[in-house]
Design a protein around this ligand. Sequence first.
Ligand SMILES: [Zn+2]
Length: 478
Amino acid sequence: MKAVLSGIGAALLLLVVVLVARTAMVPAPESFPSSPSPVVFSKEQAAAMTQRLSRAIQFPTLAGQADAFASFHAFLEQAFPLAHASLSRQAFGHSLLYHWESSNDCAPILLLAHQDVVPVSSPEDWLQAPFAGAIESGYLWGRGAMDDKGSLMAILESVEALLAQGQSPACDVWLAFGHDEEVGGVQGAGKMAAWMLSEGLQFAMVLDEGGMVLPGATLGIDKPVALIGIAEKGYLSVILTAQGGAGHSSRPPEQTAIGELSRAIMMLQASPRPAFLNGATRQMLEQVAPWQPWGKRVVFANLWLFEPLVLQQLASKPDTNALIRTTMAPTMLSAGVKDNVLPATAEAVINFRLAPGENRETLMTWLEEALPATVNARIAEGFFAEPSAISPVDSSAYQQLSVLAEGLPAAPVAVPFLLIAGSDARHYEALSGNVFRFLPASFEREDVARFHGANERLALSQYPAMVAFYASVMTSAF
Ligand SMILES: [Zn+2]
């Protein structure tokens, strides 16, 4: 008995030694000195840039609004005369592809942003009219301020500012501004990417919207974090159809279509797809470890032991649950035409967001096995995307982008991140091994709901720093 106890004691001691040693092995936090911005703005110049962004918001570039896109393009030409004189521009439908040639012979970079915006579903909730571009209380308000005209305009401002100073890019810069990102990007980004691929183009780096600078509290650190998307989830909608006895509702059978469909949805929700701590999410946790207080660092430096605990914690909130597994969301339901008639079929649409590692094949196989015989699953028509590849974080492109992100005014810690929504970046995977998703601006946690929601706005203080960030990107070789 004594031997057993001392054996357990020795094992525990060994465990503590391993935990402490691994925690101690976490490198000290490293911050990089930021190089001075290639562009600086006076108060008047910053105000003029804000005015131009305000104008950009006023074009309701919603899917199908051809006039809005045409007048937006005319506005861009007038707002950025130097850029339009020096860069070549070609149109793919309403999408625009710019090329800025450099005198140096090095691999080009590609910056992405999209012109289209999502519709406003509840105008009564807005404090400012969504398409007025109001400048009020230190913010620029309006649909597109964050997603994604802020980026689009900041990119063109940086080109214009560099040209005004007689500067040119370090390597060729391409700008691709899609017009249908919010509906999948197939006609815009899809066509531009296919054309560039046919031209044999390859990029040292592709940068799109996606992550942003947010408070680091969720990750257990005091400093803000610059979330650099290195991967994004896939997108698949599936239609579930249940059969049941049709007929008069006065003598219902045991199995009804609506009952079977409801049972199937409840069952799927009760046994979600498995959670994993791998890829971008694992790298994110490992990279914040140096900045964490000791207690938390013990956990993150020893994921080999604490992984189940961390997964449980992440799974407890929708935001973080989406980082670790394929999620399912029942989004549409239809059955029945009359209150006293049993429908023969009932249908539901389930929107899945596929985690890297999952694909259409594995998901459909799982569904077919999991569903009862009375319910059938088929892939819905329309937009579909597999999860993206994961861009490496040990590349010089990622390292350089991190340094630039850490040079933003909030002085954040750059960490890799899995984008749970979609972006146009997915269309450009064949054009670069280094595809990143990052909007260079700081937001509060509660601001995340403004994307596609009410009161979308950008802090005026953020905008010149965004422009300077893109100018630094363009004057760097990746
Ligand atoms: Zn967007």
